[in-house]
Structures are given as structure tokens and as C-alpha cells.
Design a protein around this ligand. Structure first.
Ligand code: CO
Length: 506
């Protein structure tokens, strides 16, 4: 027993170094987006690249392999030691999966991939500005080819897209996503048509002139109430908001403020704080092991969307916070809770994913998932992308993009080579909805407590049921453990239908 624990401790110690270094890398990236002087960017790029190289070397070193092999057979996945605890055994499986992924791609391929994508991002930016898809097309062609190759290196059973998806949402297959998204698509499209036949909601009260300082002061109050401790985090500004955790005791967020739009900063802060609380909630004692890391992008997004939409777009939340908001902004003092609640939940199909409301957001993601799956499977040609995109937009959202900038060139992901990433946005909403049902069973009085301004109990439930496990379970396993049910689209569709039937009165 003693020896076996020693082996585990040894592995933990070796593994921790890569985790510490990737935290340093996060900090440099945070600085790059917030305070770094413009002229520093070139050498900063070099610093990040160097660190990425060292991290990869650490993760794939013979020393690590040797330590890992003592506890688990890297080829077969058999645990070589039954004395370990269940969480430790789960950690070993994750370590092995990560190791196999990290060593599957030849160094030369990784280098080429990085080089192509760093060029592609620049070309994409330019193409978006000049609205020329043709300019970007050869780069995208190359990126799709490289992603197919990546899938081959990583290995898959049925579909090369499985291998890519697995990099962002371990354990979930293309078929499972397709099945769930098909149900979701039908559900949303039918809900949307009911909403569009109802009387429209007026959200003009959310536009005006709202002092930036006061917006920040207000969001600081919410952060405090959520249990986002400034001792372990910061709120700063960046062009594109994000959350960045160097480690569980340094989990920062950024926002951007539009003085003309009241809700934009509030939504961003709730969203990013949701991400940050996940990182802060990871157990410190397992830092450096898989038990001290977040499960997946989808589970991460479930935490941000939980706070942004389930809490921050609920009537109970605003029952407490609207009077406070009115103190900061007397110009809205005559607005009723009902009108405010309807305004912040207005549904209106739009071209741009990041501006989409809660109902139509999923359709934007499903469109991208269908297209990238077809690209990887060879069922869609690069040159047909703009046309297929526009057809799908028209079919799903009833809108036709006027140009590629508001169509297929709007998102950065493909230029970065990130195929398999998009589905995680919607998976996050689905996970959040399913987990919320379990939360509601324990805290059936949650709305009453929100009306009193209480939020900490929500964070505590998430800490207890999601955060503290690190990567002990995969997303699907954790959903099953917490809710007793298999992963499904029903809770999310049920939530949307109920909420919007009441808002749009049908
Ligand atoms: Co997010």
C-alpha cells in the first residue's frame, strides 16, 4: 500500500510541473489581452510558443511515461494497482487518455498545424473585412485536410469527426450529438414559430446612456453576492471578454462595457464569473492531477450559461436586483419587473451567433456542427460553404446573410483549426438545464431565496455536485450521477418551452 501511494505521489509530482507551466502561460495570455503594451506582442508570441513547447515536452517525457506505466498499462488501460482509490483510478485513465492524445501527433505535424493556423487567422481577419470568402478558401481547405489527418493520427471507430470532438468533449460521439441536436433543432424551430406569431416584446428600455462606472459598480455587487472572491480573482477589460484561470486561487475575468446597452456587461460578467467559479471550485489538494482540472468545454460552458441565463435571466433574480439597478440608473425607475423581465428575454433571430438570444442560439451552433461534420466527412466542398450556410440560415432562422462577414466568415474557430469545438456551446446549455432539474429538487425554494438576494447557496450546490470532482467523471457520467438520468435534450426544451410560453403568452 505504501509503495503504491508513493508511485501515485511521484506521478502527481511529475505531472504538476506541466500544469504549473500552463498556468503561467494562461497568465501571459491574460496579460496579452488586458495590459500588455502593444509593442510587446511579437516577443510575447515567442514566450508563449516556447512555454507551449516545454509543456508538451513535460507531458510526453519518458520520465512521465515511466511513472504512469507503473500504475496503468498505457496500451490496454488496465489499472495495475487495485489498492488505489476510485478517484485515483479515474485520474489514471484520464492521464492515459491525455498521454495518448499528446503523443499521437508527430511533432512536425503539430508545428505545421500551428504555422498554417497562425497564418489563417490573419487571412480570415482580412477576408472578413473585405468580404471575400475566396481569399480564405484555400486556407480553410488546408485546415480541413489537416483536421482529417489529425483524426487519423488520433484514431476513431466510426467517424473521423469523433476524434476531433473528443479533444473538446471527451467521450461524446458524433452520432450522439447528431441525435440530440436533431431533437433540439425540431424543438427550437417549432418554439420559434410560436414566438414569432405572438405579439413582439419591446426591449427599447435596455438602450440608452448608462454610465460605464456605474455599470461596473453594479456588476461588482453581483460578483460579490455570487461568491466570486476578489481575493482569488479580478475583473478587468478586454476587447473580447474571457475568463482565465492560472490556478484555483487565481481565476480572473474580463468584460467590455457599452454605455448604450444596459444588459451587455451584466450578461458577460455573470457568464465569465460562472466559468471562473468552476475553476475556483476545483480542489486544491489535487492540483496538478486530472482530479484538479475541469471536465470539458461543454461542462465549463454549462457553468457560465447557468449563471448567465438560468439565474441572470430569471424573474426571481431581478425581483431583488432591479430595484438596486434603478438606484444606479434612475432613468429606468418607472420600468416594471414584468416589462424588464420580458425585455431581457426578447427573442429575435439574428445573423450573428454571439448576439443570439437564448432560444435561437442553439440553431446557430447546430448549423455549424452540421457543416463541419460534413466537411470532415467529405460531404461538403469548401467552395459550397457560403451557399450552404445561407440556405441553412434561411431554413432555420428565416434570415439570409447579405455577405460572408455576417455569414460563414463571422467566427474565428475554423481559422484557428478548431473543428469539433462548436457543439460544446450548445452542450453547455443542455447540461445546465439537466443539472438544474437536480438542483431544483434539492432547492425547490430557489426562487424565493433569489428574491431575497441570496446567491451563495447556488455556488455551493455547484461546488458540491460538479466542481469538486475535477475530471473524475466524464460529462455524461456526471450528468447521470447527479440527475439519475441519461443525457438528453428534453430538460432544456422543456425549460425553453415553459419559459417562453409565459413570456410570449401562448
Ligand atoms: Co463561455
Amino acid at each position: 500500500m505504501k509503495n503504491q501511494n508513493k508511485d501515485y505521489e511521484n506521478l502527481k509530482k511529475i505531472s504538476k510541473k506541466a500544469r504549473v507551466l500552463s498556468g503561467v502561460s494562461s497568465l501571459l495570455e491574460w496579460d496579452q489581452e488586458t495590459y500588455m503594451p502593444e509593442g510587446a506582442s511579437e516577443i510575447r508570441g515567442e514566450q508563449l510558443k516556447t512555454l507551449a513547447g516545454i509543456v508538451h515536452k513535460e507531458k510526453t517525457s519518458p520520465k512521465f511515461k515511466k511513472a504512469l506505466s507503473k500504475l496503468i498499462d498505457i496500451e490496454t488501460g488496465t489499472i495495475l494497482n487495485d489498492q488505489l482509490s476510485e478517484p485515483q483510478k479515474a485520474a489514471l485513465k484520464v492521464w492515459r487518455d491525455d498521454y495518448r492524445k499528446d503523443t499521437a501527433l508527430p511533432a512536425k505535424f503539430v508545428e505545421n498545424f500551428a504555422e498554417i493556423t497562425s497564418k489563417s487567422i490573419l487571412v480570415w481577419r482580412n477576408s472578413k473585412k473585405t468580404n471575400s470568402f475566396l481569399h480564405f478558401a484555400p486556407y480553410l481547405e488546408k485546415i480541413v485536410q489537416m483536421n482529417k489527418k489529425k483524426a487519423d493520427y488520433l484514431g476513431y471507430q466510426d467517424n473521423p469527426y469523433d476524434a476531433l470532438l473528443d479533444c473538446f468533449e471527451p467521450g461524446l460521439t458524433t452520432n450522439e450529438v447528431l441525435h440530440i441536436f436533431t431533437e433540439l433543432k425540431q424543438g427550437i424551430v417549432s418554439l420559434l414559430s410560436k414566438i414569432q406569431s405572438a405579439a413582439p416584446v419591446d426591449d427599447s428600455l435596455l438602450n440608452g446612456d448608462f454610465s460605464k462606472e456605474k455599470q461596473i459598480e453594479f456588476s461588482e455587487q453581483i460578483l460579490h453576492a455570487m461568491g466570486y472572491e476578489k481575493k482569488y480573482g479580478r475583473l478587468d477589460f478586454s476587447a473580447h471578454p474571457f475568463s482565465s484561470a492560472a490556478h484555483p486561487t487565481d481565476s480572473r475575468i474580463t468584460t467590455r462595457i457599452h454605455s448604450s446597452a444596459l444588459m451587455s456587461n451584466i450578461s458577460v460578467v455573470l457568464h465569465e464569473a460562472g466559468h471562473a467559479l468552476y475553476e475556483m471550485g476545483l480542489p486544491q489538494e489535487t492540483y496538478g492531477t486530472p482530479l484538479g482540472d475541469s471536465i470539458s468545454l461543454g461542462m465549463h460552458e454549462s457553468q457560465s450559461r447557468w449563471w448567465e441565463t438560468r439565474i441572470g435571466q430569471s424573474k426571481a433574480f431581478w425581483s431583488y436586483y432591479l430595484p438596486l439597478l434603478k438606484k444606479y440608473f434612475p432613468q429606468i425607475s418607472n420600468i416594471s419587473l414584468e416589462d424588464f423581465y420580458r425585455a431581457i428575454n426578447k427573442v429575435s433571430p439574428s445573423m450573428i451567433r454571439v448576439d443570439a438570444d437564448e432560444v435561437t442560439y442553439g440553431l446557430h451552433v447546430i448549423l455549424r456542427f452540421e457543416m463541419e461534420k460534413d466537411l470532415i466527412n467529405g460531404n461538403l466542398k469548401i467552395r459550397d460553404i457560403p451557399e450552404v450556410w445561407n440556405e441553412k440560415m434561411e431554413k432555420l432562422l428565416g434570415l439570409k446573410p447579405k455577405n460572408p462577414a455576417e455569414g460563414c466568415l463571422q467566427d474565428i474557430h475554423w481559422s484557428m483549426g478548431s473543428f469539433g469545438y462548436f457543439p460544446t456551446y450548445t452542450l453547455g446549455n443542455l447540461y445546465a438545464a439537466q443539472l438544474f432539474e437536480a438542483f431544483n429538487q434539492v432547492h425547490s425554494d430557489w426562487e424565493e431565496r433569489l428574491r431575497q438576494g441570496e446567491l451563495i447557496f447556488i455556488k455551493e450546490w455547484l461546488n458540491e455536485n460538479i466542481h469538486r470532482f475535477g475530471r473524475q467523471y466524464r460529462s455524461q457520467e456526471l450528468i447521470k450521477k447527479v440527475t439519475g438520468q441519461d443525457f438528453s435534450a428534453s430538460p432544456y426544451l422543456q425549460y425553453l418551452n415553459q419559459k417562453y410560453a409565459s413570456i410570449y403568452q401562448f
